[in-house]
Design a binder for this molecule. Structure first.
Ligand SMILES: [Zn+2]
Length: 119
């Protein structure tokens, strides 16, 4: 991949990545509200179930962080933004270093297919 291709691809990736994270967070909030609503309507019928709600919320936050990490890893591994030599993902500051120097910050080899001219 050429450096210019990498730059435009990485910009598109960041936009898509943020959009997906926003959608994911919105879905999570909707699920939390739905569960809260259900729990409150159940509570009206049968009172006192002690640790049920806190347990559900702790479980939900745990599931959310696991899921969002999985989604993030999937997106990153499918980004195609890898070093041409070692195939390591060049995202965020690693990508910035690669763009600035032309070399991969992990293996030190040329990160892109076009030669980095110093003129
Ligand atoms: Zn590399």
């Amino acid at each position: 991949m050429k450096k210019s291709e990498f730059i435009s691809k990485s910009r598109n990736f960041e936009k898509r990545f943020q959009k997906n994270q926003t959608i994911f967070n919105m879905l999570f909030i909707i699920i939390v509200i739905a569960i809260l609503y259900l729990a409150l309507s159940v509570e009206r019928l049968s009172s006192g179930y002690g640790l049920f709600l806190p347990t559900v919320f702790i479980a939900l936050f745990f599931v959310n962080s696991l899921l969002s990490n999985a989604v993030r890893r999937y997106q990153i591994s499918n980004s195609g933004l890898g070093c041409k030599s070692c195939k390591e993902n060049l995202l965020a500051e690693k990508g910035d270093i690669a763009i600035a120097t032309g070399n991969c910050p992990i293996c030190g080899e040329a990160a892109f297919n076009d030669v980095n001219k110093l003129d």
